[in-house]
Design a protein around this ligand. Structure first.
Ligand SMILES: NC(=O)c1ccc[n+]([C@@H]2O[C@H](COP(=O)([O-])OP(=O)(O)OC[C@H]3O[C@@H](n4cnc5c(N)ncnc54)[C@H](O)[C@@H]3O)[C@@H](O)[C@H]2O)c1
Length: 308
């Protein structure tokens, strides 16, 4: 029988926070869902809506609005905040949030100093924000979500292009959750046999898919929510398996496959061919350089109470 998870926390009641909340309620992964956002009113509104959903589908999960400090009681907390800013980028889109989001993430990290649980960062640019939160909080278990979503999209795309079932496709997307993602085509298999990967078609779909979703429905939300529920199962030790998360690897945070056993992660980066190794090094250099731009930003005090 799966262990019971008393509570999962979510900071940020926007598109991703809402979808994660609905996914957790449906998955019945935890007894309680503790929600914090830039205002208690916003978190309370989401809690009410999710509890209405619970009543409708007979889910035992109960959602509550709390202050950020109260999330420390949860074994895992999802960080899905986004500062207000207008992203005008057409390439390296996720990097557009770097300077706007860093102060809020730093303030959150300070709230979580000494926290013994797991922080799962979603806020973009996720590889930089994960490292920022890990260093500023000092917490040992900080992971970023991005490459597992890229991997899900990769497997879906390949299954469609090769006309095979999704479950037959095994492969990883690692590196940056962004333009420097590395598609591990050389180790990708279909039914256990090395796959012929139409790389250009795959890359163009991975590049265009998030923008197409955002253009159509405002934000990507359900894909990240699915990836988060899977990651939570692994980090909480509900099940064992492999997922691609951003984690500190040597001196850079970037997406790598992690094998979780009883909630403990072990990096398992696949062998890379020459081209993939070059892309991997390029991702590492890019993230190392970009991180210098966020280190040392002043933290922004967290708002609380019943503001709008
Ligand atoms: N890593 C991924 O795979 C992935 C996928 C989708 C979205 N994202 C990122 O996730 C983040 C959230 O996206 P979204 O679409 O939900 O944004 P959103 O604008 O819909 O919601 C953001 C929420 O954060 C809250 N917030 C802002 N500052 C806060 C603070 N200091 N403390 C507490 N709450 C605060 C806002 O009130 C809002 O509820 C963005 O950075 C987005 O780029 C990442």
């Amino acid at each position: 029988m799966s262990p019971r998870i008393p509570a999962v926390g979510v900071v940020g009641a926007g598109a991703v926070g809402q979808a994660v909340g609905a996914a957790l309620v449906s998955a019945r992964l935890c007894d309680q869902l503790l929600l914090a956002s830039s205002s208690v009113d916003q978190a309370a509104a989401l809690a009410d809506d999710l509890n209405d959903m619970c009543a409708g589908i007979g889910s035992p999960v109960r959602a509550h609005a709390v202050e950020v400090a109260e999330l420390r009681s949860c074994p895992a907390v999802v960080v899905a905040v986004r500062a207000r800013f207008t992203n005008t980028r057409s390439t390296d889109v996720r990097m557009g949030g770097m300077h706007a989001n860093a102060p809020a993430l730093l303030a959150l990290a300070e709230e979580f100093r000494g926290y013994p649980g797991t922080l799962l960062v979603v806020t973009n640019p996720v590889d930089l924000m994960t490292r920022l939160v890990a260093e500023a909080s000092g917490c040992a278990r900080v992971f970023g979500l991005g490459s597992s979503l890229d991997t899900a999209r990769y497997r879906l795309t390949l299954a469609r292009l090769l006309d095979v079932p999704l479950d037959a496709v095994r492969g990883h997307v690692i590196g940056e959750h962004g333009d420097a993602a590395v598609v591990c085509a050389s180790t990708t298999t279909v039914n256990g046999t090395p796959a012929r990967v139409p790389l250009e078609q795959v890359r163009s779909e991975l590049r265009e898919r998030p923008g197409r979703i955002s253009a159509g429905i405002g934000r990507t939300r359900f894909g990240p929510a699915g990836a988060l529920v899977s990651a939570l199962r692994l980090v909480l030790g509900v099940e064992d398996g492999v997922t691609e998360l951003s984690a500190l690897y040597d001196d850079v945070c970037l997406g790598i496959p992690l094998r979780f056993s009883g909630g403990r992660p072990l990096p398992c980066v696949p062998p890379l061919d020459e081209a993939e190794a070059r892309q991997w090094e390029a991702a590492r250099s890019k993230l190392r350089a970009a991180y210098r731009g966020v280190r040392g930003v002043p933290s922004q005090p967290l708002s609380s109470g019943r503001n709008s």
